[in-house]
Design a protein around this ligand. Structure first.
Ligand SMILES: Cc1ncc(COP(=O)(O)O)c(C=O)c1O
Length: 382
């Protein structure tokens, strides 16, 4: 639980719970939420977020790769688990024994998986590619090959059908409707018995918040569980008042005065214009605070201060408006008084999407979990 550096991510577990509660209120009560906790819960910490999400009412968890699902099972998570990406067919038995549902969309895959002695039936979610163009069954002909094959084998249990939307976060819903129409066409191709016994899940954060009435049996709730809007269009619509769960903080570890013309950092590219206070902050590109963030602000004393000079591997320098004591709090993502630097601000500076921002913060930065104003856990990767 202990760590010995001054830079940390704070994850507010109450905010994760609030975001789930708000979506629950928007969905019809019989609909379920699968919390998407892949990629170490979008950088927030998989086990802690999984537990918080289940406690807040999520019915299941979704990850991208088998290793992530196995880690959750090893941690004692007993909730339904789905791997949304491809797994190797030779690992089907491992998934089955741990009661992990897997994503299937290839007949050859079933052939190879079927060669193994499965101790328990393998729970299958059949992926339909309705326009994302990534993975999934695209045609009725493929379904004609796959469905009877599953039907003949008691070790394969078709549990759900799903698809993924490519544009659910865009104001223009034409392509989304096209994907929905394609899903309905493929679904109509299933025989009655399949249609009655399988569950359906199509919605990500954007679709579930914007079109709750279109939700099938459950939704896969990712980015917005963490309190971020999937796009600026959805942020403008604001179907739910989301609370960001992650903030990033550090401290001043050195403060000094430079005279005009004196330089800061590698390349000596920044030179003080006049007598300036410069603070050093112990976070760098090895922590995910990439060199492209040079010039971005941080918050100190409720005010914005720019990063000056090149960002180093473990440290960066900021120009201060006055002298501050060592140990003064520095906020890189989050609020100080009436100022805020959001993951969206960092994303727009980096010309990317907010999804990438929590994911880019390295495992060397401890995650501190706060609930009801108290620290309840710490995840320290080192
Ligand atoms: C198949 C699938 N479903 C759901 C999600 C969650 O999407 P979001 O984070 O936009 O809610 C993802 C994330 O990329 C995904 O790949």
């Amino acid at each position: 639980m202990s760590y010995y550096r001054d830079t940390y991510v704070e994850v507010n577990l109450n905010h994760i719970a609030q975001n789930i509660h708000q979506l629950k209120e928007r969905l019809v009560s019989s609909k379920k939420i699968y919390a998407v906790v892949k990629a170490d819960a979008y950088g927030h910490g998989d086990i802690q977020v999984a537990e918080a999400a289940l406690e807040a009412g999520a019915e299941g968890l979704a990850v991208a790769i088998l290793d992530e699902a196995l880690k959750l099972r090893e941690a004692g998570v007993t909730a339904p688990l789905l791997v949304m990406g491809w797994i190797r067919p030779e690992d089907a038995a491992l998934a089955a024994v741990h009661d992990i549902a897997v994503t299937v969309f290839q007949r050859e895959w079933l052939d190879q998986a079927g060669e193994q002695a499965l101790e328990r039936p393998l729970r299958i979610h059949l992926k339909l590619d309705t326009g994302m163009g990534r993975i999934g069954v695209r045609s009725e002909a493929e379904l004609d090959e796959i469905l009877p094959y599953i039907d003949e084998r008691p070790n394969f249990q078709l549990e759900a059908l799903f698809t993924h939307f490519a544009t659910a976060d865009e104001a223009d819903t034409t392509y989304l409707e096209e994907q929905q129409r394609r899903f309905d066409e493929l679904f109509a191709h299933f025989e009655g018995k399949w249609q009655e016994n399988v569950e359906i899940h199509t919605s990500n954060s954007a679709a579930s918040m914007r079109f709750p009435e279109k939700t099938a049996h459950f939704v896969r709730f990712g980015i917005s569980m963490y309190g971020l809007y999937p796009s600026q269009d959805v942020k403008r619509e604001r179907p739910i008042d989301l609370q960001p769960a992650m903030s990033l903080h550090s401290q001043l570890i050195h403060v000094k005065q430079l005279e005009a013309g004196e330089a800061v950092s590698y390349g000596a590219t920044y030179k003080a214009q006049e007598t300036e206070w410069i603070g050093t902050v112990p976070i760098g590109y090895a922590d995910g605070w990439t060199r492209k963030l040079q010039g971005m602000d941080v918050l100190v004393d409720g005010k914005r201060h720019p990063i000056v000079g090149r960002i180093c591997m473990d440290q960066l320098m900021i120009r201060l408006d006055q002298e501050y004591p060592i140990g003064t709090k520095v906020t890189l993502i989050g609020k100080q008084e009436d100022q805020e630097i959001s993951a969206d601000d960092i994303a727009s500076r980096l010309d990317t999407i907010n999804y990438e921002v929590p994911c880019m913060i390295g495992s060397r930065v401890p995650r501190v979990y706060v609930k009801d104003g108290r620290i309840v856990d710490v995840k320290n990767a080192l």
